[in-house]
Design a protein around this ligand. Sequence first.
Ligand code: HEC
Ligand SMILES: [Cu+2]
Length: 366
Amino acid sequence: MNERLKILNFIKLVIEYKKFYLLLRILYMDHKLNYRFSSLSTLLFGFFLTSCIENAPMDSLDARGPYAQKINDLFWPILIAGFVICAIVLVLLILGLFIYDDKTDKEPINIEGNNILEVVWTAIPILIIIAIAIPTVKVTYDLLRVPENAIEIEVIGQQWWFDFYYENENFHSPNILVIPVDKPVILKMRSKDVIHSFWVPKLNGKRYIVPGVITNLNIRSDEVGIFWSQCGEFCGLSHAKMRARVVVVTESEYGKWLESQKEDAVVFMNNSTKEYIGKDIFLNAGCAQCHVINGLVESDVDLIGPDLTHFSSRFMFAGSSMATQEDNLKKWLSNPPKVKPGSYMPNLDLTEKDIEYLIAFLMGLS
Ligand code: HEC
Ligand SMILES: [Cu+2]
């Protein structure tokens, strides 16, 4: 089909069909299928797609902690009640259409000004809304109440990665939030630039991170494991690559992890190793303007890039968009904005050799 014909066809379609069929026709235009078939196949395709969501890491209906569970316990009854009400209304509507169509010639009874009916159909929706509002308000407050002895961790949202700051121990863990199992955790969230939203679907609903304000979010997990998180508010070019992982570990592992993260970085002293050369490049290529490595390069001000002190101890980097592996690091260091559009880490025009040494150095920062 040539372009002109396509455009003519399109205009014809706009005039002929309602929005829904139009969309389907455009989708299937080149296949000369009739729209009944296309709507059916679209429906079937939709059903097939829904089968893909098993074990989805972002499935908010698969609660793994008390907060997410509370939301689900509210969601399902309301959804089911909604379906029931919708079904009743539809059945009445369809019955009405068939009983009083022009073939049967039946006249409906005139109910205009019937006080009882009008009171009833005003009262029922009000009662339904009150029935939904009471548990909703209760759950909203439950989700916000800060439990006693909650572990406090700061979440700093910025374009386009999350930083987690463990205030008591005074260290940063970019991209990876580690928490102990079965313990309440309260996240104190702030933004360095625009509005973001922190969301771990299996542990709680999402909450805004707003510049100039500190918002709280409770999370708690019933089981050890790794949970996915994603910025829930469009925040610019690499919003989709602004992710995080929540790693839930046993209490003893958590204690060990805190200890290991508090330590300074390994500072390679043997000047014949690749790591040592990499360290030299790091110190001379301007990396330290934006990155802190405790024990090597520190800063009094809050730098723009992630803390790299224990870089290779974290299994994801660059907003948890990539696994911490040499090939990914090579892509990253060659041209960060190519990997993450808009990234505030510029292309530093490093040579292949520089990158090789830098990778050795970075992978040594365990
Ligand atoms: C102008 C500031 C700036 C400079 C200079 C800079 N970086 Fe970055 N770097 C960043 C920012 C910002 C990020 C986070 C990007 C993101 O995830 O969107 C980052 C991320 C990284 C990461 C991934 C860290 C993680 O945990 O996600 C590594 C590794 C890294 N930089 C290494 C380097 C090296 C090596 C150099 C020097 C050759 C360097 N950076 C120079 C700003 C900078
Ligand atoms: Cu964001």
